[in-house]
Structure formats: C-alpha cells, structure tokens
Design a protein around this ligand. Structure first.
Ligand code: NAP
Length: 535
C-alpha cells in the first residue's frame, strides 16, 4: 500500500458530474484528486462507444451551463451529439480548465472507509494507493455497470460477443457476419439500424417492445445555434426549473381539457419534431391513464404505418405497460429497419432464450446460427457502481448492506451513517429522469456551496439524520405513487432487470424544478436534516 498526499476531497468518476465537481473544488481553493477507472474521460460516454451511440437530449441543452464563454464558444455539429463528439467536448473542458493533472485515469476506487477518530475518509484504489480526504464525492454514474444476462453456454460461443456498455475501443466490423442483438432499449434501438446495414443477416431478439421516437437528428443549422446561444440565459434558467431539465416547450394543458383536434395536432407536432418530447405532449401523460393510452396508441399507429409486415409490426407495438414508464427511446430508422429482408425480429417473450451454443443462440422454438452476439441488455442502474465499491460508514457498516433492501438517501445526495460523503445524481434525485448534465450541475453546485458553508463555519463533520433520510425516502415514494410508474414496475427504474435486486423505484420523479427548490430550501435552512459538527 502506498499512502499518498491527503487532499480535501476525493472525487470518484470522470463523467459530466465528476469533471465539473473537480473544477468547482479547485476553483474554490480545495485540494482534490479525481480517480477514474476508465482509460479516458467521459464516464458512461467513454464506455458506450457502440455504433450509433449518441445522446437523445439536444446537444445545446445537454452541455455545461456554468461558464458563459464555454457555452458560447463550443460548437456542436449536430442536433444530438454523437458519443465521439461528447468525448471531444469533455476533453476540451478538462484542458480548458486545466484539470488533467488532478485526474488519475485507469485507477478504480475499490474501497472508501470513514474513520471516526480522524473524521476523514480513506479511499483505496486498485493500484494499492490510499488517499485520505475530508470529503468523499461519488460521481460514479447511474448507467455504468454493464449487465450481461446469465444465459447458459455463453462461454462455449465460438464467435465474438460484446456489450454495448463496454464496447471495444477499436470498434467492430460486422460485415459479412450473422449478428444477433439481444435487447431493444435505448442502446439496442440506436445500434440495430446500423448493424443491419453492415451485417450479412441480423436477428433482433426482443423480449419487450419499447416505444422508439424518431430522433430526427441533423447537422446543426447555423441560425439555430446563433439563436439558441443568444437565448442561453433564458433557456438555461427555464431548464433549471423545468420538469426534465431541458429548455424545450412542455404542454401545460391536460389531455381532457383539449379537443380531439388539439390533441392530434399536439401529438403530430411532437412526432414530427422528433426526440423525447412526446413525454410532455400533455401535462398528464405520466399521471392520467387515458392521456397516456392515447399517446401510446398514437405511436402504435405510427409503427403500424411504418412496418410493412403486419405480424412484425404488431410485435413491435409495445403493450402491457404505460407509455414512458420504460425509458422512452429515440432512434433513426428503427422501425424502418424491420422492412429489410436481411433482418428478422425474434420474439423471445413467446419463445425465451434457452442457451447460447458454440454456433449461435437457441430459443424455445429454434436455433439461430450467429457469428456475433451484441448484448444491448442494459445496466445495474443507479446503485451498481456504488455497491461495487466497499464503502464503509461511521460504524463500519457497508453501503451495500445498508442498501440491501433498496437505496435510501437524503435528497439523493447523502446517506445517514456515511458522514462527509456525497453522491452526485444518486438514487432519490431526478438524475436519470432528467437531462443529466443539468442535474449534475445542480448537485455539483449544491455540494460546492455546502463545502464553502462548512469551511466558513468550521464544520468538520456532516451527516444526514436518519429522520431526514426516512422523510425523503417516503417523499420519493409518494411522488412516484402519484404517477403511472408503480403500475408498470418491469423496468430498470425499479431494478427489475437485475436478478435479486430489490424492486424499489429509484429516481425522484417530482421534476427537476421542484427538486431544486427543495434542495435549496434545505440549504437556506442551514442544511436542515444534517447534523453538523463544528470545531
Ligand atoms: P435497457 O433500457 O435496460 O434495455 C435492455 C434491453 O435488453 C431491454 O429490451 C430488455 O428487455 C433486454 N434484455 C435484458 N436482458 C434480457 C434477456 N435475458 N433476454 C432478452 N432480453 C433481455 O438498456 P439500454 O438500452 O442500454 O439503456 C439503458 C439506459 O441508458 C436508457 O434507458 C437510457 O437512460 C440510457 N441510454 C441513453 C442513450 C441516449 O441518450 N441516447 C442511449 C443508450 C442508453 P426487457 O425490457 O424485457 O427487460
């Protein structure tokens, strides 16, 4: 073990939140080090380099707002940034603010232990380093631990296989190969049309059809960029108090208050403009079953109009869960791809996958010969990255055991029993339910303000109270109960994709603006719900 120079704060993870956290710490005069397990910057964007990977929030919104010169000078080339462009952006930010020398790449944090005597964290890396820090800031991401399902026979497969969330850096050439893609969520729906263009034949193994909106991506029109940049002050302000953390118009009208013609016009306009805005076609899409079903049926009609084979189009029409309660997808030519002769949709809900063989994949009804398999099967979301680090709180309890019944937090930011530790975009905050960059900035700024408060008031130990945590957990649950989410619990929002994971609704769905107001209120009340010890 090497003991290295202690710092005020350790940051874990070099995605959007970790990079900005590091910048804020250094700018405020704290000493800090950031550890990142990947060999490059970007967090989930570093690892998700599958063909077609791009953000489904518009780049002008999905970008930092904290520096006026940065947001004015950086030029996004497309409406939705591709994965390589996002990495270029984050590398630019790190160089622009001279952060690189404070970042250790290829270094996974494997443990973090709080010592009550010194009131400090000791953070341990896989290289054997130990670093002491007053504050431990976990920017470990919500969608970073790739989940490969436990299908018998995978180790016997003689072809190559990949997971979208852990894609080879030198890429994959599908040409001439029979390819199978398992999974039709956001990653699968982006990847499938591109693989179809390259492969000799593509089998798509679909268990649950999801709703996929047309992204309608295009190069950034110069006049849109100029206009948007001129409006940045208002747009960013609007995003901060919005439902989902972006600046696009939402419809505040309820479905039942509109005429049939107005409803159709709204749905058509959103389908034409593309992307995820269908989620806000009506103010009550996620709370009123009738509004929700009308939206779902509108999209099903579009699928039926696009896919020629009626049997295939019916299979692609999502059924059995409410629109948007499985994360909405946004893709390019997704449904059109199923009109190709060299693409087969395999319904693995009717005939489940039984095994992978040396030469392909066997379902309950047929063997599919394959040279390559792509798992677009998602992540151990929201808690996976944290529960893989051995985090020990004040009495030695591990975070993983505290969360064995599901994650519990105060504001998604702090955990009782784990003093001086903050989570960025943790469970119980809007995080995955919002424009992540907006939510990351909000958490970074809240934590930075907290640290300044601690420095000014000689606070050396801060811990969320059990009562505050219980209250927040109850509130997160109540807010979710008022929506359609609990009626469709078969999603990663509930941890349902991970065998044995407790079924708990993890994000805060009360809206980015409401969440921000509550977090600010806690701060203005002198960090109500935290026990602060002063020197
Ligand atoms: P996902 O949404 O969890 O989708 C996983 C897919 O794999 C589902 O269709 C699932 O079917 C299927 N699956 C899992 N295990 C299976 C098995 N054993 N047999 C058959 N099918 C199986 O994962 P994801 O697509 O990687 O997306 C995760 C999240 O990352 C998204 O929801 C989004 O928040 C984010 N993301 C964003 C973007 C973007 O910005 N454009 C792109 C990619 C990802 P079931 O539904 O039946 O479980």
């Amino acid at each position: 073990m090497m003991n290295t120079r202690p710092v005020d704060a350790v940051v874990v993870g070099a995605g959007f939140s970790g990079i900005y956290m590091l910048h804020r710490l250094l700018r405020a005069g704290y000493s800090a080090r950031l550890f990142e397990s990947g060999s490059g910057l970007g967090g989930t964007w570093f690892h998700n380099r599958y063909p077609g990977a791009r953000c489904d929030i518009e780049s002008m919104d999905y970008s930092y707002s904290f520096d006026e010169n940065l947001q004015q000078e950086w030029r996004w080339s497309e409406r939705y940034a591709s994965q390589p462009e996002l990495l270029r952006y984050l590398n630019h930010v790190v160089d622009r603010f001279a952060l690189r020398e404070h970042i250790e790449l290829d270094t996974a944090v494997v443990g973090a232990r709080f010592d009550e005597d010194t009131v400090r964290w000791t953070v341990t890396t896989d290289l054997g380093d130990e670093v002491g820090a007053r504050w431990c800031l976990m920017a470990t991401g919500c969608l970073t631990v790739a989940q490969v399902p436990d299908i018998p026979g995978l180790d016997t497969f003689e072809g190559r296989w990949f997971h979208t969330g852990d894609w080879p850096r030198d890429g994959v050439d599908f040409s001439g190969n029979r390819v199978g893609v398992i999974g039709t969520g956001s990653s699968g729906t982006q990847l499938i049309p591109i693989v179809a263009e390259q492969a000799a034949h593509l089998d798509v193994f679909q268990r649950t059809a999801n709703f996929c909106m047309p992204a309608r991506n295009h190069p950034m029109p110069p006049e849109v960029e100029v206009h948007w940049k001129a409006e940045y002050p208002e747009r960013r302000a609007k995003a901060r108090i919005s439902g989902f953390g972006h600046s696009q118009p939402q419809n505040d009208n309820r479905y039942r208050d509109l005429t049939p013609a107005q409803r159709s016009a709204e749905l058509e306009a959103r389908w034409r403009s593309g992307g995820l805005y269908m989620m806000r076609a009506f103010a009550d899409v996620l709370t009123d079953p009738e509004a929700n079903e009308a939206t779902a049926e509108f999209v099903r009609a579009k699928i039926r109009a696009t896919v020629h084979d009626p049997e295939v189009s019916e299979l692609l029409c999502p059924q059995g869960f409410h629109f948007g309660t499985k994360r909405l997808c946004s893709g390019t030519n997704y449904y059109e791809t199923f009109n190709r002769d060299d693409v087969t949709l395999v319904d693995v809900s009717a005939a489940p996958i039984e095994e992978i063989t040396p030469t392909g994949l066997r379902t309950a009804s047929a063997h599919h010969p394959l040279d390559m398999i792509v798992f677009a099967t998602g992540f151990d979301a929201m808690t996976g990255s944290l529960s893989r680090i051995d985090i020990r709180g004040a009495d030695g309890t591990s975070l993983a055991s505290k969360w064995s019944g599901g994650p519990v937090t105060y504001l998604g930011l702090a955990v009782s029993g784990f003093p001086n530790l903050f989570l960025l975009t943790g469970p119980g905050s809007p995080s995955v339910f919002s424009n992540m960059v907006n939510s990351a900035e909000q958490h970074v700024e809240w934590i930075a303000d907290f640290l300044d408060h601690a420095r000014e008031h000689d606070v050396y130990r801060a811990e969320a109270t059990q009562e505050a945590e219980d209250g927040w957990v109850a509130h997160v649950g109540e807010v979710a109960e008022a929506t359609l989410y609990p009626r469709s619990p078969n999603s990663w929002f509930f941890g349902a994709n991970i065998p044995g994971k407790p079924r708990v609704f993890m994000p805060y769905v009360g809206g980015v603006g409401n969440y921000r107001a509550r977090a600010d209120e806690v701060a203005s009340a002198g960090y109500r719900g935290f026990t602060l010890l002063r020197r």
